[in-house]
Every structure is written in C-alpha cells, then in structure tokens.
Design a protein around this ligand. Sequence first.
Ligand SMILES: [Zn+2]
Length: 114
Amino acid sequence: MGDSATVKRLPLLLWLVGIAVATGLASLVFDASLVQTGVAVLVAALLLKVGLVMIGGLAQPVPDPAEPGVLRKVKLVYRCSICGAEVKMTVASSEDPEPPRHCLEDMELVTPIE
Ligand SMILES: [Zn+2]
C-alpha cells in the first residue's frame, strides 16, 4: 500500500524544530540534561502523534439522516417529571423511540394517542 506519502503531510522539519525548542525549554524548566529531556520530548511527540492518529480514526463521519421512508409518524406525548414541560413527538425512527431528555432526565411517556 502506498500510504507513506499521505502520512507525511506534516513537514518533518517542523517536528524537528518543535522537538528541539521543546527540549531546550524543558531542560531549562526542569534543570535536567539535554539528553534526558530530549528522550522525554521525543517520547511525548510520538505519543502525541499516535494519539492524533487514533483520534482521527475515531472521528467517524456523522451518519446520514434516515430515509424518509424509514421514519414513522407517531403521536407520542412526553412530560418532564422535573419541570413539567410536555413535548409531542410526531415522527420517529421506530414506533417505540427512545424518550427525549429534559432537565437531564428521560421524559415520561404520557399518552400514546391512538
Ligand atoms: Zn424539564
């Protein structure tokens, strides 16, 4: 697979300069040797890169909204047990959808109007 070209989008020089600067600063701040700090910064940079790759892998595209044909017309009334607000759900992806939330709690199903 020819993935190497796309993986190296961030210029290597930028990484090296950043690592050098970070090493210098960190060795000043922590009063440690340049070699010790350099190794630590390299490890940190590697972890950061691995983390970014993993985050990129987790960032799945938002799923497309359901097809209109899949949605069902419903008439469900929910009430918030905390503040008393009521809402009517008119369209849902199933006949028994998850209740909406209000005041950080699931709302109570009041009447499935037939
Ligand atoms: Zn509420």
